[in-house]
Design a protein around this ligand. Structure first.
Ligand code: AMP
Ligand code: MG
Length: 415
């Protein structure tokens, strides 16, 4: 079964709204072994919507649309879809009553007649209840291309808060009932290696298997490797083989970020973490505190940007800074030891580097970052050479430093 997605809304094309519906729907579909053939983004305009429907129905059995179900005149998705299927719109009494109830509860006087547009349903459509808003979703099947082939369309509202629960609770079970041969998917998070290194290492395991497809998605924290196959047992076997290639470079089961992994390891070892951040400016502390429950292992952090702070708060000596500079292995080590002592922690991370765009030199170019980590009375320091703009360098610096502590705690690094 093939599936296409059409995201409808002027705001998507103007860049006023990020198309998060595509990402959410794609992720949910992957969970049931369906990967959309493609996705189109079109404005709230009849002709482009009709063209997108023609294209999608020519290529897929199921089409999902998001957006354009609101009560205002600019939202026309339902009308255009009804036209394509040759159906009339009729008022649905149940929806009309619930709209009236909703309006009355707001106590804003008489209901605008426009709102009732949302109770119009094409002949033969199934209604999907909207538990978080007023626009119902719809499921319609028929022969829109008039060539004898049955197609399905699922219309979802645009606002993510309404679309997400509706799609998860009603759309996904519906699609599952239509899928005859689902794909099976596995997702691995590989850390500390680039995409091309990962692919090179995987080639002996994955090459020459047409029923196995592999996709890579790189981010500053990790590379996600998606493995998909219609054969579940074969996929399982191949996934194990791939996992064996990346021992020490995969998150622990259940962890999807460095912060989650560190939280798990610190809890396991009954350790407390403190961080001293210069060029990352608090990114590591933010990532740790983003996770509920991190207070049980994270004592705190110091953003030691200026040399005076490195000295006054972390105890990095003026002579050390004079001799080696703030961006140095020696400074990173002194920072991590200082912050662990100051914040009463037995595990620590310190980062100092040149995030750019200015401040680089021949010996210390932009992207040079020293990370020092401490655990079990041992301090180790490594230098990293990150590429990219300031933002990328800072996030990559945070990731490589967190990975270094993770590796030390797992016994994968020695001083
Ligand atoms: P609608 O009235 O159904 O067209 O939905 C409009 C609202 O949903 C606006 O707030 C949009 O910014 C939001 N929206 C529409 N499409 C998307 C999308 N693909 N991703 C995220 N938000 C969206
Ligand atoms: Mg709209």
């Amino acid at each position: 079964m093939e599936l296409c997605l059409i995201c409808i809304g002027d705001e998507l094309l103007k860049g006023a709204t990020v198309n998060t519906n595509m990402a959410f729907i794609g992720e949910c579909l992957l969970g049931i072994g369906v990967i959309p053939k493609y996705s189109l983004v079109v404005p709230d305009t009849r002709q482009p919507i009709l063209a997108a429907l023609d294209h999608a129905f020519a290529n897929a059995d199921v089409v999902i649309t998001t957006g354009g179900l609101g009560p205002t005149a600019d939202d026309i998705t339902k009308e255009v879809v009804a036209e394509k299927f040759g159906r009339r719109l009729n008022e649905n009494g149940e929806i009309a009553v619930s709209l009236q109830h909703y309006w009355n509860s707001l106590k804003r006087g008489p209901m605008p007649s426009r709102l009732l547009n949302q109770s119009l349903v094409p002949d033969g459509a199934d209604v999907m209840k909207n538990s978080c808003g007023t626009a119902p979703g719809l499921h319609l099947s028929g022969d829109p291309l008039k060539n004898g082939s049955v197609k399905h369309i699922i219309l979802l509202p645009g606002p993510p808060a309404e679309m997400r629960p509706m799609f998860k609770e009603q759309g996904i079970p519906l699609i599952q009932s239509l899928v005859k041969k689902p794909l099976h998917a596995e997702l691995l998070h590989v850390v500390g290696l680039g995409e091309s290194v990962i692919e090179d290492r995987m080639i002996p395991v994955i090459a020459g298997h047409p029923n196995l497809s592999v996709a890579y998605c790189a981010s500053p924290e990790y590379v996600r490797v998606f493995l998909t196959s219609p054969d579940q047992e074969f996929l399982h076997h191949k996934t194990r083989e791939v996992m064996d290639l990346f021992k020490g470079e995969l998150f622990l089961p259940g962890c999807k970020s460095f912060a989650e992994e560190l939280l798990t390891l610190l809890k396991r070892k009954k350790s407390k973490l403190a961080v001293a951040e210069s060029c990352t400016g608090g990114i590591i502390a933010q990532r740790m505190t983003d996770i509920p429950g991190s207070s049980s292992v994270f004592n705190g952090g110091v953003v030691a940007y200026a040399n005076e702070v490195k000295t006054a708060v972390l105890g990095v000596s003026g002579e050390l800074l004079e001799e080696y500079g703030a961006v140095s292995a020696e400074c990173a080590a002194a920072m991590v030891e200082g912050v662990c002592a100051k914040l009463n922690a037995d595990a620590g991370i310190a980062v100092t580097g040149i995030a750019g765009p200015d401040g680089g030199s021949v010996h210390k170019p932009v992207g040079l970052v020293y990370a020092a980590v401490r655990f079990n009375g041992q301090t180790i320091v490594r230098d990293f050479h990150h590429r990219g703009g300031r933002e990328q360098i800072r996030h990559r610096a945070a990731s490589s430093a967190m990975n270094l502590l993770r590796r030390l705690m797992l016994g994968l690094e020695t001083p």
